[in-house]
Write a protein that binds this ligand. Structure first.
Ligand SMILES: Cc1cc2nc3c(=O)[nH]c(=O)nc-3n(C[C@H](O)[C@H](O)[C@H](O)COP(=O)(O)OP(=O)(O)OC[C@H]3O[C@@H](n4cnc5c(N)ncnc54)[C@H](O)[C@@H]3O)c2cc1C
Ligand code: FES
Length: 346
């Protein structure tokens, strides 16, 4: 034991060691010390941080049994984002990749102010904020934004590529009774103070892979995928790119002009929007159905050569449906990166 109030944690099989203080979760301790381990929601909802306790005593905060079913808890599985240590620990990371450990960026808190909000559809907004200091992040990552007067904190993925600057863009979906998002039309105004903490997330663009890039998203899942796409374009890498985007009806689509322009500019890029609830009056000639069915139908026929890197972001049921489809299409599980936009528990 390091001292009365903190314990040593050793991660296997990577052999990385760190300290965890009493009262903080193992995941919070990792963020504090700039050690990148797999995570998603940070709230016991998504299972991305699931690991196995090899040695030591722990207590778990409340979590969803969808993320950690009882039979897994009984076989010493834990969620790092819910785990408090009561002794030194040895933990086996079930999912880790060298890129993640190598590209870790320490999490910090930033003062910020709102620059503006723009309507992209009836319920999608583009938000721009300015930080007091530049934030380093990887394309596809997210931050936690807190509204200081209310203390409400929500996770939002950057839509802009990382350029080491102070301004960040987001694409947000508005929920009528959403504690945060219902304030997008009226409650929040340019100049308002915000607190930003990050960067978080492991669904970031992997560089230097020659194979095709497949992006699959729905709703505000556009945000991190757009960041990844813009970053890819700026990197100058030459890869085939397919962007499958699911929406309910035509009025939920946006940035179509932007993608049409990219299709003419980029060598091998296709944006494939699909509508799940298009009525006959919409005169929709594009793809129809849920996005996982469209990926199932089309991915094989796209004639993509090489090992695919796939990124998927959006509502959890969409991701749960997309992951097996990607695997059935031959994408290696370790080359599928995703972020489930789970609902906040606080
Ligand atoms: C890693 C991560 C990244 C995220 N990135 C983004 C992003 O880039 N853009 C974005 O818009 N959101 C993103 N989210 C979701 C976001 O953090 C909030 O959950 C969302 O904005 C709703 O918050 P709220 O306070 O408005 O609603 P809350 O007050 O939390 O919920 C109120 C009601 O709104 C509805 N609702 C809220 N969330 C959802 C949901 N996910 N699905 C279905 N119904 C819901 C439900 O009816 C709920 O009862 C992300 C979440 C995670 C975990
Ligand atoms: S369950 Fe731990 S990060 Fe989502």
């Amino acid at each position: 034991m390091a001292d009365a109030q903190s314990y040593r944690v050793r991660f296997e099989p990577v052999g990385v060691e760190m300290e965890v203080a009493e009262g903080e979760t193992v995941l919070e301790a990792a963020f504090r010390q700039g050690i990148a381990v797999m995570h998603g929601c940070k709230e016991g909802q998504c299972s991305s941080c699931k690991s196995r306790l090899l040695e030591g005593d722990v207590e778990l905060l409340k979590y969803s049994t969808f993320a950690l079913p009882d039979y897994e808890r009984e076989t010493d599985h834990i969620l790092l984002c819910r785990t408090h240590a009561y002794s030194d620990l040895t933990i086996e990371l079930l999912n880790y990749d060298e890129d993640l450990l190598r590209r870790s960026i320490p999490v910090k808190e930033y003062e910020a102010r709102l620059l503006g909000i723009e309507a992209l559809t009836h319920d999608i907004r583009r938000l721009e904020i300015e930080l007091a200091a530049p934030l380093r992040f990887w394309a596809g990552q997210y931050v936690d934004i807190t509204l200081p007067e209310t203390g409400i904190t929500r996770s939002f993925s950057m839509a802009n590529p990382p350029r080491g600057g102070r301004s960040l863009e987001f694409i947000l979906k508005k929920y009528p009774d959403g504690a945060f998002s219902s304030r997008l039309d009226g409650g929040l105004a340019p100049g308002d103070r915000l607190i930003v903490k990050g960067p978080y997330g492991t669904c970031f663009r992997r560089e230097g892979h020659p194979g095709p890039l497949v992006l699959v998203g729905g709703g505000s899942g556009m945000s991190p995928l757009l960041s990844i796409l813009r970053d890819h374009v700026e990197s100058g890498e030459k890869r085939a790119v397919r962007f499958f985007y699911g929406a309910r009806t035509r009025r939920d689509l946006f940035y179509l002009d932007r993608f049409a322009e990219m299709e003419t500019e980029l060598e091998d890029f296709r944006f494939i929007p699909a509508l799940s609830h298009a009525g006959p009056e919409e005169d929709w000639t594009g793809e129809s159905g849920f996005i996982h069915d469209v990926v199932k139908r089309m991915l094989g026929a796209e004639g993509l050569d090489g090992e695919i890197d796939a990124y998927s972001c959006g509502p959890p049921p969409m991701i749960d449906a997309v992951l097996p489809v990607l695997q059935m299409a031959g994408v290696e599980p370790e080359r599928i990166y995703f972020d489930k936009f789970t609902q906040a528990v606080r």
